[in-house]
Design a protein around this ligand. Sequence first.
Ligand SMILES: Cc1cc2nc3c(=O)[nH]c(=O)nc-3n(C[C@H](O)[C@H](O)[C@H](O)COP(=O)(O)OP(=O)(O)OC[C@H]3O[C@@H](n4cnc5c(N)ncnc54)[C@H](O)[C@@H]3O)c2cc1C
Length: 336
Amino acid sequence: MIETDIIIIGAGPVGLFTIFEAGLLKLRCHLIDSLPQPGGQCSEIYPKKPIYDIPGFPSILAGELIDNLMEQAAPFKPGFTLGEAAVDIEKLDDGSFIVTTIKGTKHHAPIVIIAGGLGVFEPRKPPIENLEAYEDKGVEYIIKDPEFYRGKRCVIAGGGDSALDWSIFLADNNIASEVALVHRRSSFRGHLDSVQKVLDLADTGKIKLITEAEVVGVGGNGEIENVLIKHETQGDFILETDHFIPLFGLKPSLGPIADWGFEIEKNAITVNTLDYSTNIPGIYAIGDVNVYENKLKLILCGFHEGTLAVQSAFARIHPDKKNVLKYTTVNGVQGF
Ligand SMILES: Cc1cc2nc3c(=O)[nH]c(=O)nc-3n(C[C@H](O)[C@H](O)[C@H](O)COP(=O)(O)OP(=O)(O)OC[C@H]3O[C@@H](n4cnc5c(N)ncnc54)[C@H](O)[C@@H]3O)c2cc1C
C-alpha cells in the first residue's frame, strides 16, 4: 500500500503544479497516470508545439513546460505510479480513500485530487475503409514531433485549431516538403488569426488548401502512398503523400472515473468553485476534468484551481492548524 497525503489522479500539467503548491503546505503527493510518462496532453499530443499563454513565458514548448514543472516539483519528492489507470476508489470509515489501479497497485490517502484532463485519450477517426491498416505506416492522429515530417509530403484533415496550427507550423517553418489541408467546409472552426495565416500561406503556395472536400480513401503498398479525395464540385481525385494526419480531436471519455459517484455534466465533474471540491467530501477535481460556470480549459486556470484545492485539503487534514499564506520570495522553497 502506497501511503501519502494526497493522491493525484492525472500527471498532466495541472496535477504536476499541484505537487508544488501542496509541497509548500508540507503535504506529500503521489500521482497516478495511465500514460507511461508525465505531462498529459502536453507530452502526449503536442510536446513540440509552443504555448504562448503561460504567465512569464512569452513562448515555451509544451514538452519544456512539463520538464520545468517536474523540476519545480522535485524538492517535494512526489511519488509516481505511471502506465496504470486508476480504476477503483473505496472510501474507508475514517473518511480516507484507497485508489486501486488496473494492475492492482493500491494507494491510501485522506485526500484525492482528480486531475484527469480529457480522461483516457482516444482520437476521433474518420470512417475510412482500411485506415487502421496504415496506422503508424503513414497515418497518425497526433503529431508528437514535427521533425518526424521533415522533407515529407503531408495531408492534414480537419477544420479546428489542431489542423490549422499544425498545417501552419509544418509549412511556415519549411519542415514538410508539401502540406495539403483538407476540410469538409469552406469555413473553419479555429481561431481567426490561424485561419487568416492558413489563407496567407495558401496564397503563397506553401499550403495546398482543399476545402469542401473529404479524404475518403487511403492507398499504398504497406506504407501509405496516396489519399483519395472527394470534392463537392470537382469530383474525386488522388493526391500522392507520405503521411495522412486526420486531426479531428479527441473523444472525451472520463473512463472509470465516471462511475465513482460524481455529479457529471458535459462529460466533466461538477465542482464548487470555492475550493474545487466535488460532491464527495475529500475529493477535488481540477484542470480540464472539471466543469463550472465560465470554465476555461486552459493550463493557467488549472494551476489556480490546484492551488485553491490544496489549501482546502490542508484544512481537512489539519483542522486545528492555522495556515498562513507565505510568499516563496520570503520563505524560499523548502522541500521534504
Ligand atoms: C493541440 C492542443 C493545443 C493546446 N494549446 C494550449 C495552449 O496554448 N494554452 C493552454 O493553456 N492550453 C492549451 N491546450 C489545453 C491544455 O493542454 C489543457 O488545458 C491541459 O493539458 C489540461 O491539463 P490537465 O492536467 O488538466 O489534463 P491533461 O493534460 O489532459 O492530463 C490528464 C492526465 O490524466 C490521465 N488520466 C485520466 N484518467 C485517468 C485515470 N483513470 N487513471 C490514470 N490516469 C488518468 C491522462 O492519462 C492524462 O495524462 C491545448 C490542447 C491541445 C490538444
